[in-house]
Design a protein around this ligand. Structure first.
Ligand SMILES: C[S@@+](CC[C@H](N)C(=O)[O-])C[C@H]1O[C@@H](n2cnc3c(N)ncnc32)[C@H](O)[C@@H]1O
Ligand SMILES: [Zn+2]
Length: 317
């Protein structure tokens, strides 16, 4: 088991996350417990810490439970979407918490699972659902049912892909020829045909399209926005919130949500007075996002795009 954890997942920005979370005493939430790397460090930090772990991936839950067994009843692990953090805490009889951590995105377990269709490294059904129990539409379903315009919008918005329109067009042409994109390699090949040698980036031509579909299938940005505001709501005054994100769309959402929660007026500049109801609920602890050191990036390539932002709940009573 130990080998499995070490090889599959090195917790990203671990020391930095612990520093900002400061888990010394009280109840903490790891909203993306994954394989339990960050959670283990939180629980190890102090005996006076209890942890509620959440993940929408059942497989991750099972692994985290095994890994954190030695902490006994100091830890409770629940299969849920973090958008339901209020419900989860309510059902666990917890009212307010001292700190919340979210380490977003997919785990290496999910990426390396040949069956789940997150990666074009393996041929698999184009699925990408993080929680197959709760959601019905897979990535293949989206490509089968959405219009060309809707597909293009997803690839453009969530993948920031320049060739989104051309890719969507090709997908619909494929569909009109009576074929459906059912597998990861079928999609990767099609995107490659569209982009060909036109891009000079190091990443595989299909990377952005895969990211876009994953975000759409799991409604990642809508879910994240609800979670951020609910997380601040369930924090005690003085409680800490730490978010690690892995792509610019997530980071931008965290950044603007933090700004709004810190009381910054978000009204258009030409408004004579503030109508957005800006109210100071937090103090931002990281003016700029915290990035991994060169050493960490070298040791753990997955950390390369990570950005950590942290805040402290501080309401004006
Ligand atoms: C990067 S991994 C977390 C790794 C973990 N910090 C560790 O040290 O092992 C991200 C995890 O978040 C979970 N996840 C992503 N979005 C979620 C959501 N909306 N609700 C609950 N879990 C989510 C994924 O299933 C995945 O297991
Ligand atoms: Zn305003």
């Amino acid at each position: 088991m130990a080998m499995l954890f070490e090889n599959q997942h090195k917790p990203v920005l671990l020391a930095e996350a612990i520093k900002y979370l400061s888990p010394i005493r009280g109840v903490f939430v790891d909203a993306t417990i994954g394989l339990g790397g960050h959670a283990e460090a939180i629980l190890d930090r102090s005996e006076n810490v209890e942890l509620v772990g959440i993940d929408q991936d059942k497989q991750a839950i099972e692994i985290a439970k095994q890994r954190l067994k030695r902490f006994g009843d100091r830890v409770k692990i629940i299969h849920a979407n973090f958008a339901d953090i209020k419900l989860v805490l309510n059902r666990s009889g917890v009212e307010k918490v001292d700190g919340i951590l979210a380490d977003l995105g997919v785990s290496s377990l999910q990426l390396d699972d040949k069956e789940r269709g997150f990666s074009f490294r393996f041929d698999a059904k184009l699925d990408m659902r993080m929680n197959p129990d709760a959601q019905t539409r897979t990535a293949a379903d989206l490509l089968k049912t959405l219009s060309e315009e809707e597909i293009a919008d997803i690839i453009l918005r969530y993948g920031e892909e320049k060739f989104a329109r051309q890719i969507a067009k090709k997908i619909v042409m494929y569909r009109e020829a009576g074929k459906h994109i059912e597998t990861t390699l079928e999609l990767a090949k099609l995107v490659e045909e569209v982009i060909g040698g036109r891009r000079r980036e190091k990443i595989h031509p299909a990377t952005r399209t895969f990211q876009a579909l994953r975000i759409a299938v799991n409604r990642e940005l809508e879910v994240l926005e609800k979670f951020i505001f609910d997380a601040i709501d369930v924090l005690k005054n003085g409680g800490r919130f730490v978010v690690i994100s892995f792509h610019s769309l997530e980071d931008r959402l965290v950044k603007t949500s933090f700004l709004r929660l810190s009381g910054k007026c978000m009204c258009p500049k030409n408004f004579p007075e503030c109508v957005c109801g800006a109210k100071r609920l937090i103090e931002i602890l990281t003016r700029k996002p915290v990035r991994p050191s060169e050493a960490e990036k070298k040791e753990n390539p997955r950390s390369r795009s990570a950005k950590l932002r942290a805040c402290l709940k501080r309401c004006e009573e």
